[in-house]
Design a protein around this ligand. Structure first.
Ligand code: ZN
Ligand code: ZN
Length: 240
């Protein structure tokens, strides 16, 4: 009996029904982003090695110099601006879960560009949502991205290692200075991360307050190193 070659079958299916670019609808690769749209995506350029905030020569930013964050570095694929912001909002609030794959692929590309021996984490952990927000949304966007990353990069994804302990107000609704206070003690972490290098996955990093609080809890639970991986980094004016 002839066996079916799955790879060949997939390539025939791709030929018959090619992927469409999630930005422009043109024919795209399996990551669903066409070459021109990929080139035009808003990149960050020189950035702070810890928090990925743009800096002129890639030096450590003022905020990280003043207070070293509990994570070693931030891998951010793009800036959180048009057209990526629209795509992420469609994914999150429009509940278009199929967008998890192209968004995760942007992070895979960023990871492969910077891959080094000390860069590969032992495990992936998704940024948790509060219980009420997860029920309201029906899914956790970070978990969906992390699932795709784990599959593509062949890294273990540890579910429920990190949980939200309180239904704090949405960060976006708070003044900048309140954000660190709001998420302090908002997380609890199991000992399953002890002794491991963790990459904490999220869709967007804005002030970094949530990432800091989560990374702090991961370190407290014994993680030897925490990196933050986000699809997009919001670059905002923090003055005032
Ligand atoms: Zn396109
Ligand atoms: Zn920084």
């Amino acid at each position: 009996m002839r066996t079916i070659n799955i790879a060949r079958l997939n390539s025939w299916l791709a030929f018959l029904a090619p992927s469409r670019c999630v930005f422009c609808g043109d024919i795209a690769d399996s990551a669903q982003i066409c070459a021109p749209c990929r080139t035009a995506l808003p990149r960050i350029g020189s950035r702070c090695p810890h928090c990925a905030l743009p800096t002129i020569h890639g030096e450590v930013c003022g905020a990280c110099l003043t207070k070293k964050p509990p994570f070693a570095m931030t891998l951010a694929a793009c800036r959180y601006t048009f057209p990526l912001d629209r795509l992420i909002q469609d994914f999150k609030y429009g509940k278009k879960l199929v967008l998890a794959k192209p968004l995760a692929h942007l992070l895979v590309d960023a990871y492969r560009e910077r891959q080094a021996d000390d860069f590969r984490p032992d495990i992936l952990v998704a940024m948790p949502l509060s219980r009420s927000r997860q029920i309201e949304r029906g899914f956790n966007q970070a978990q969906e991205i992390a699932r795709n990353l784990a599959h593509t990069l062949r890294l273990p994804l540890i579910n429920n290692a990190l949980v939200r302990t309180a239904d704090a107000p949405k960060q976006a609704t708070l003044p900048w200075r309140e954000r660190h206070k709001n998420v302090r003690n908002a997380f609890a972490c199991s000992s399953s991360v002890a002794g491991l290098h963790v990459a904490l996955i999220d869709d967007v990093m804005t002030s970094g307050a949530t990432a800091s609080a989560a990374a702090h809890e991961l370190r407290r639970a014994g993680a030897v190193n925490v990196d933050i991986w986000v699809v997009a980094r919001a670059v905002v004016n923090t003055v005032g």
